[in-house]
Design a protein around this ligand. Structure first.
Ligand code: HEC
Length: 160
């Protein structure tokens, strides 16, 4: 019985979402993504398939118009700011996305060269999205992809 209880505890702590997670805000951000980003950005695709598409098949397998939401999610957490402080990193990633959406320039990219070289620079969204909406959509993107290997948490999308 002790073993069962101990392994349950281990399991549930492994899948625990960080306290900064807020489901309502995530859902709000997801709606903004669907309305303003998804005509170019697919939400999520398996990383192995994406790597095959971009690195081996010259984007001819999936013909994507832009990096997917889950790739961006992974890169935001990996490339920007403080990996050990989610609250702070959330602000830092929102600042990056605000700057990128208003003044896009591939020189600032956080994506892999092997991925980004398939795309022209994203059109500016100045006047098409507010700063507050960008904060919410970045919140959604931040929590979209699992935290494995990036932060100490792992989150399973199915658990939402
Ligand atoms: C008209 C098509 C289009 C729309 C709409 C669009 N994007 Fe993009 N986006 C792109 C393309 C193409 C790229 C890759 C080239 C680049 O990075 O500039 C990109 C790249 C990005 C990047 C990565 C920047 C980098 O290179 O590191 C982020 C972050 C991003 N988009 C967020 C968004 C968000 C959030 C929205 C919705 C609010 C959105 N995009 C809407 C086409 C689009």
């Amino acid at each position: 019985m002790k073993v069962v209880a101990a392994s349950f505890f281990l399991f549930s702590s492994l899948f625990a979402l960080p306290e900064e997670f807020d489901k309502q805000r995530y859902n709000k951000g997801e709606k903004i993504f669907e309305n303003k980003c998804s005509q170019c950005h697919e939400k999520s695709m398996p990383i192995a398939l994406l790597m095959k598409n971009f690195l081996e098949e010259e984007n001819k397998l999936l013909n994507l118009k832009a990096p997917t939401g889950n790739e961006i999610s992974f890169r935001l957490k990996q490339q920007i700011g403080h990996k050990d402080d989610i609250e702070f990193q959330l602000e830092e990633t929102a600042d990056f996305v605000k700057d990128y959406l208003y003044n896009p320039n591939k020189a600032k990219t956080i994506c892999l060269q092997g991925v980004i070289r398939h795309f022209d620079t994203m059109p500016s969204m100045k006047g098409k999205i507010s700063e507050e909406e960008i904060e919410d959509v970045t919140f959604f993107l931040y929590f979209l992809e699992g935290f494995n290997g990036v932060n100490e948490y792992y989150h399973n999308e199915e658990d939402f």
